[in-house]
Design a protein around this ligand. Structure first.
Ligand code: PEP
Ligand code: MN
Length: 343
């Protein structure tokens, strides 16, 4: 931490700042330049981060040296983390291929779509049993019945399953069925929920909030990691943009930024990022090309009958095509789509 003092700061004010730093058990190193005086602070930065230093007269600015997300940062963990979702690896050259409908629907439909995405190359099956809908009148999900359907179908096809948990009080329930817990964009900063999934031992898919910065995303990951759950996979799913051409603004550069700053795997979700089936294949490939550790795509065998997000769903045959392209691109990048356990 570096404390920059205001021009014209008095010697008494400098002393006050130094005393405050030392009272926290930290060392202060005064450096007086011709134009500015600065104080370098040595010791645990987090102690100072909690103090309202800029409220002390004479202090202009406090500049942290380390990122505030200690556990998520690459400084703490230089090598890429690999997250294991019931035998499917994500990160460190292993790609996740998460696919399935937006919402869990009836068992037969879920079974058909699972068979189709599995043979097209998907390695994790998705579907929401609890859906965060903008309108209270829209389909809200099948709840626990949906969890049972997803679990049964996943088991029948030998695929791990990921599903969203919205309520801190239901983390335990969802964790009984799911192999991976999804935190949706709308809940990225639900800190009570993050703390609860942090206490669970299930891998977590943490989606970027629609107006969250990369730092916000990493701070939310830090909530989960700080509770002892190291199995966090991030997901870029677009942020609110100004242009209605796409559902959100796909921030593909954020993937590369996150990978510089953090060891955690990050995947892309071109379905929610664009909302447009015609753009999803190209945007999925762009995500892998920039370095993403996987791709999350919504697939439905009859989008016109889908209970949620039908207009953005790829048909199984469209998914098979993009999946094959991703496989070829992965090979070029010396990566591989993680095989299903037992495959
Ligand atoms: C979803 O995955 O269906 C979903 C609701 O995604 P997001 O939270 O990114 O909007
Ligand atoms: Mn959806």
């Amino acid at each position: 931490m570096i404390i920059i003092l205001k021009p014209g700061v008095t010697p008494e004010q400098v002393d006050t700042v130094i005393q405050r730093v030392e009272s926290l058990g930290l060392q202060a190193h005064l450096s007086q330049g011709t134009h500015r005086t600065i104080i370098g602070v040595i010791g645990d930065e987090s102690k100072l981060a909690a103090e309202p230093m800029t409220a002390i007269p004479g202090v202009a600015e406090v500049v942290p040296v380390l990122p505030p997300y200690k556990l998520a940062s690459r400084d703490a963990h230089p090598n890429n983390s690999v997250v294991d979702v019931a035998g499917v690896k994500i990160g460190g050259g292993h790609l996740a291929m998460i696919a399935g409908p937006c919402a869990v629907e009836d068992a037969q439909r879920m079974d058909e779509i699972a068979g189709a995405v599995k043979s097209a190359g998907a390695n994790i099956y998705r579907g929401g049993a609890f859906k965060p809908r903008t309108s209270p009148y829209s389909f809200q999900g099948k709840g626990e019945d949906g969890l049972k359907i997803l679990r049964d179908v996943g088991d029948r096809h030998g695929m791990p399953i990921v599903t969203e948990v919205m309520d801190p009080g239901r983390v335990e329930l969802v964790a009984q069925y799911a192999d991976m817990l999804q935190i949706g964009a709308r809940n990225m900063q639900n800190f009570v929920l993050l703390t609860e999934v942090g206490k669970s031992n299930k891998p977590v898919l943490l989606k970027r909030g629609m107006s969250a910065t990369v730092q916000d995303l990493l701070m939310s990951a830090e909530y989960i990691l700080s509770q002892g759950n190291a199995n966090v996979v991030l997901c870029e799913r677009g942020v609110k943009g100004f242009d209605p051409s796409t559902r959100n603004l796909y921030d593909v550069a954020a993937v590369a930024v996150v990978q510089q700053l953090s060891h955690l795997p990050i995947i892309v979700d071109p379905s929610h990022a664009t909302g447009r089936p015609d753009l999803i294949p190209a945007c999925a490939l762009a995500g892998v090309a920039v370095g993403a550790d996987g791709v999350h795509i919504e697939v439905h065998n009859c989008p016109s009958e889908a209970k949620s997000d039908g207009p953005q769903a790829l048909l199984p045959e469209q998914y098979a095509e993009v999946s094959e392209q991703i496989r070829q691109l992965a090979q070029l990048l010396n990566k591989q789509i993680s095989p299903l356990p037992g495959a």
